[in-house]
Ligand binder design. Structure first.
Ligand code: SF4
Ligand code: SF4
Length: 507
């Protein structure tokens, strides 16, 4: 590839150039337009969570996050990108906190990885199942409050957006699956970036007092092109991404601060082939934390679904009986917690770590690359292949709840209004739910599972031939078997009757 080619401006579709919407997105307060409605919604959920009906399917606090948010987030990731993080209401107090912490310290170096995020995801999925969060409006309201507090505190202490980048389970989920999204932040012309003085996309254009930045100096030594950074400017990238070097959507919250801060209008939200970054080795750090995040999250998709099907209850009783927990005199809730922790620990962490290490080791042995590749390289190289299969599991699971409960929000909202003396929308019709023909839902789930599996097989096969050359087929085999095993388990799980959550018809 010639140097000339390397610096050709990128002319891909740019969402920030769309009529009206593009201008709105680039506007200084553009993000606020999306955040304010979601902030109001979050406050409404907290209010209804504490004061509304106890029945989960009649309370906005349980319906909106556990049925609608989770379904819509998958659709948004597939069709556009990380839209939820773009409109995330938890970052509103963060914006204030971040201004407080401009001179704060950085997040501790030892914690700057994805291990906390993996633990956070594990914890939220475990607590969700153990404490039946989906059935408790008040508990869900407390979770929303915890998000606001966590975001504010971390942003107030540290300079970068530590909560988004290292902690937030919702954001981490979005980061992983936005790697298949069709939009990505990119610098449009690398030549402009090379000579850019302020690198405002990263450093921000906000200054408490205005300063003049000189972009170009003429042959007479006088500035010929300048711009001013000042109080009207924008903060730079909170997750410390540098626009001209971005190759992945991981860690990008789609806040568009980089586009607003760039004085040369050189940042775009550019189109790309969906999933292309899974095949781009430079987009993936060869680190265990990133790899295990992707692999464990795919397995969490299975474990989470397992928590809703009949065999889990038999298994829990067997484990509790086998370990003698029932005779210890502790509460049923404590016994359930211990047993679920064991199931989640094995299924969401032990199995993915063990099986992926085994597949990597077998691939090294079979391709005779033990001396060339460390186990870490052999494993992390194939981590992107677990994105599509994982997304398939989550789409099948969240899609199920969304499809059978999609219209349930209407009577719930009517009921909320009536409870507060507003009869504007009439009386609730509790028969409104969603798709009642479960064979249609099953078909959609099967398509999601098969699509994810096939996507993963293609990615794994391409990686194998790129990495192992002529031994590509051999190197592909252990990973293909692991992916096939996961898909078969997924097919079995989603063929079992699932608990119907979030719709009155099935409460
Ligand atoms: S994206 Fe804009 S601010 Fe960032 S380096 Fe390039 S020209 Fe400079
Ligand atoms: S500022 Fe950073 S996180 Fe925000 S859109 Fe730009 S690259 Fe993504």
């Amino acid at each position: 590839m010639s140097t000339q080619h390397l610096y050709q401006p990128n002319t891909a579709f740019d969402a920030l150039r769309l009529p009206l919407l593009g201008r709105l997105l680039r506007w200084r307060w553009g993000r606020l337009i999306f955040q304010l409605p979601l902030l109001l919604l979050a406050l409404l959920l907290i209010y209804d969570g504490f004061t509304g009906p106890d029945l989960a399917s009649q309370n906005l606090a349980t319906i909106a996050p556990w049925v609608h948010y989770r379904g819509l987030v998958i659709v948004a990731l597939l069709l556009v990108g990380n839209l939820f993080c773009m409109g995330c209401p938890f970052t509103l107090p963060r914006t204030l906190a971040k201004r407080l912490s401009l001179r704060g310290r950085r997040f501790p170096q030892k914690l700057r990885g994805k291990w906390i995020a993996i633990a956070g995801l594990f914890l939220i999925f475990f607590l969700y199942e153990w404490l039946d969060m989906w059935a408790s409006p008040a508990l869900t309201a407390w979770v929303i409050i915890a998000y606001f507090v966590g975001s504010f505190v971390l942003e107030a202490i540290f300079t970068e957006s530590a909560f988004c980048k290292y902690v937030c389970p919702l954001g981490t989920f979005n980061f992983v699956y936005s790697t298949v999204s069709p939009l990505q932040i990119q610098a449009k012309d690398q030549n402009i970036c090379r000579t850019c003085v302020g690198k405002e996309c990263l450093n921000g254009s906000y200054r408490p007092t205005p300063i003049v930045v000189i972009d170009e100096i003429g042959i007479d030594g006088q500035p010929t092109k300048t711009h001013i950074n000042g109080p009207q400017g924008t903060l730079g990238c909170g997750t410390l991404l540098f626009a001209p070097q971005i190759e992945s959507n991981i860690d990008c919250v789609f806040c568009l601060d980089c586009a607003r801060a760039c004085p040369h209008d050189n940042v775009g939200l550019l189109g790309r082939k969906p999933g292309v970054e899974l095949l781009r080795p430079s987009a993936w750090r060869q680190r265990y934390d990133t790899a295990f995040l992707v692999i464990c999250l795919a397995f969490m998709g299975l474990v989470n679904a397992f928590g809703m099907v009949p065999p889990v209850y038999n298994l829990m009783q067997d484990i509790a009986g086998g370990l003698g927990l029932t005779g210890l005199g502790v509460s049923d809730l404590a016994v359930e917690g211990i047993v679920l922790l064991l199931i989640f620990g094995v299924g969401a962490f032990g199995l993915p770590v063990g099986l992926s290490l085994l597949a990597a080791q077998i691939a090294r042995q079979m391709t005779r690359t033990v001396k060339r590749d460390s186990l870490r390289v052999a494993l992390t190289t194939f981590a992107p292949a677990f994105v599509p299969v994982g997304l398939g599991f989550w789409a099948a699971h969240y899609g199920f709840h969304f499809l059978i409960g999609v219209f349930g929000i209407v009577p719930t909202f009517q009921n909320f209004l009536l409870d507060h003396g507003i009869s504007l929308l009439g009386a609730p019709d509790w028969s409104l739910g969603g798709i009642t023909d479960l064979s249609v839902v099953g078909l959609i789930q099967t398509l999601a599972l098969l699509g994810g599996f096939l996507g993963s097989m293609v990615v794994a096969q391409r990686i194998a031939f790129r990495h192992y050359g002529r031994s590509g087929l051999t190197g592909f085999l252990p990973w293909a078997l692991l992916l096939l095993g996961m898909m078969l388990v997924g097919m079995w799980l989603f063929s079992l009757p699932m608990e119907m959550r979030g719709t009155v018809l099935f409460d």
